[in-house]
Design a binder for this molecule. Sequence first.
Ligand code: SF4
Ligand code: SF4
Length: 355
Amino acid sequence: MAHKITEECLSCGACEAECPNQAIHEGPERYVIDPVKCTECVGAWVDPKCAQVCGVGAPKPDPEYRETSRDLVAKWRKLNPNKPPKGLILEADPSKPVIVIVADGGTSDPVGQKQMEDIDTLVRQKFPGYDVYWGMQAAYAIRGLQMRGQNFYFERGIPMWSAEELLARLAEEGITKVAMQLLMVHESSFSAAAINAPRHGMNVKVSAPSFLSTPENRVDLIKALEPKFGDGKETATVLIGHGVLKNFELNDVFLEMDKYLREHYKNVYCGTLHGPPGTEQFVPAVKKSGCKKVRFISLMISTSEHISVDAMGDGPESWKSMVGLPAEVVDDFATNPPILDFFIKSIRKLLDEFS
Ligand code: SF4
Ligand code: SF4
């Protein structure tokens, strides 16, 4: 509902400049809001800005002006014809499930964010007519982005909410069906929080198997990456997994992966940045291999400094320094067609479960 300014107002004027619709102006007794122009900030921010900036809590929802979020989006478009609305904009047929992609979202690196944005574009191309939103689970990364003034992910402006918060907001908007697809390479506390998030009465179907969760998925993933492997004579290969620092048993998939690679390929290994297998197994193996260089292949969706610093940095603790060989990197996990295909097929299967 539109906001109104109540008698607590001290007429400081702070809210006037923040209103994206120029709906606030000075009145004879206090500042006032024009309800015809107030969209509750739908289209520009995820929450009413005047209420956020006011130090005395004067702006409050006005029960006389109740509008649906679809009405508010339409109002935003009328008031701002050249500015596509940002935020939670639900435009699909309400009988269709909302597609929710869950990722850690843990990168402030522009390249990593672009990789996720390209996936967003791909999903919306493959599933036209569906609303697509993201649950970003890495709160530390979101806080970092907010401190730098970023309020949304992607050019189209999706809110930086966790899956738990997104589900709550979707329920408030009257959504009844959600297809939740995890975009996770391996299980972690991030995926667990999304899988166990409260449903708020909605029918939420989840596709949680990660890229590494079953032996079949692991083999599919290895086959997708195989064309990038070095020859094993001149060039050794190390797949770079992120891994987890707690619940070490979640890293077993990387140990399995390393075992499979050693059994089926020459001088191809798997290492992790956090937890086992770490660097302990592949570093001596690469050193003994007789190879003249090493190729690192990312097993992460948004890689940021994990590749540029942890693997390829010049410091003594980088993977490149540890193996002591010239190194190169393949960082196309998020753009690798068979991997994207795996992900798209999983969403399609999920949507089929609703029909
Ligand atoms: S920020 Fe609060 S106190 Fe200041 S003018 Fe706006 S409503 Fe009044
Ligand atoms: S809720 Fe947003 S649009 Fe409405 S008056 Fe406040 S700042 Fe302006």
